[in-house]
Design a protein around this ligand. Structure first.
Ligand code: PAF
Length: 294
């Protein structure tokens, strides 16, 4: 734990802009980038804090944004019940030595309302499969809010978890397509000791579902090991994995796929780097995970 320093907390864009201007004035443009941004939807856990730690190593200042972005939730999704824990998020960030938190309201971020707002639409080739086919409009919502955060905060570097692998690929592509002057860094997934990827949604799992949930990572590891052993093809290894998950009571598999690391196009050989991705519903709780094989 770092010594507790004063943390700046802004809910208003005007306050954020004043702070950002002072930072530009006071910070030497030296060896390290001036500002790293960790965009989050709050309910912070060790996964988010690993992004913070990496940002602290690489940047002179770190700001965390906390905004549950309504634009990225579908009409039947969990926007209303998404965990909101601002006070403990602020304490966690203060203890970690984060310089500032930006926690705007919906009306601050979408001043003319979010219905009919201007949106950034990422390329279909990256968004129509995997999570995109189960969450129409989700990645346009993510791309739009990240564009707004980049424009407001003006970070040199943005940190995103590899846990949301498709999101990371979409943001990297968006920054490239829009010539945005922000470096996008992916940070490896943090796991519970039994392999379950940390997620703000894990709190919704019942005790029974929590016991089942590590099967996602076990399946990813099995697919990776089987495909690399060359005894079976990736396609066969994926099919075995799908059958394992399909047998679980109360679990609904959405996808188990192996894809190229950058384009997310399906791969059918293990002779170059790829990522195995999975999404499944445990009752109403949708969990995702992935395992890059580099
Ligand atoms: O990964 C998340 O928490 C969100 O999708 C993000 C990147 C903060 C955008 O709302």
């Amino acid at each position: 734990m770092k010594s507790a320093v004063a943390i700046e907390c802004f809910s208003k864009i005007s306050e954020l802009k004043t702070w950002r201007a002072e930072l530009a004035f006071n910070c030497a443009s030296g060896a390290k980038p001036v500002l790293g941004l960790v965009p989050t939807m709050g309910a912070l856990h060790e996964g988010h804090m690993s992004l913070v730690k990496q940002a602290q190593v690489e940047c002179q200042n770190v700001i965390v944004s906390v905004f549950v972005n309504p634009l990225q939730f579908g009409p039947t999704e969990d926007l209303a019940k998404y965990p909101r824990t601002l006070q403990s998020d602020i304490e966690l960030c203060r203890d970690a030595g984060v310089h500032a938190i930006f926690h705007p309201s919906d009306s601050e971020m979408y001043p003319a309302g979010r219905v009919g707002t201007t949106v950034i639409v990422p390329p279909a080739e990256l968004t129509e499969r995997l999570c995109g086919s189960f969450r129409p409009g989700h990645f346009a919502g993510v791309a739009t809010v990240v564009t707004k955060l980049f424009s407001l905060v003006q970070p040199d570097v943005g940190y995103f978890g590899e846990k949301d692998f498709q999101q990371l690929a979409v943001i990297k592509r968006m920054v490239k397509d829009l010539n945005t002057a922000v470096k996008v860094v992916g940070v490896p997934t943090v796991r519970e000791p039994d392999g379950l990827a940390l997620s703000s949604r894990n709190v919704y799992l019942t005790a029974e579902q929590r016991k089942q949930a590590p099967i996602l990572f076990e399946t990813l590891r099995q697919v990776q090991a089987r495909a690399k052993s060359a005894k079976v093809s990736i396609l066969e290894a994926l099919e075995e994995g799908r059958q394992t998950l399909a047998k679980l009571p109360g679990v609904k598999l959405q996808y188990l796929e192996a894809c190229d690391l950058d384009t997310l196009k399906p791969v059918d050989t293990a002779d170059r780097p790829f990522v195995v991705l999975v999404a499944a519903k445990f009752g109403d709780v949708r969990l995702i995970d992935n395992l890059p094989v580099r």
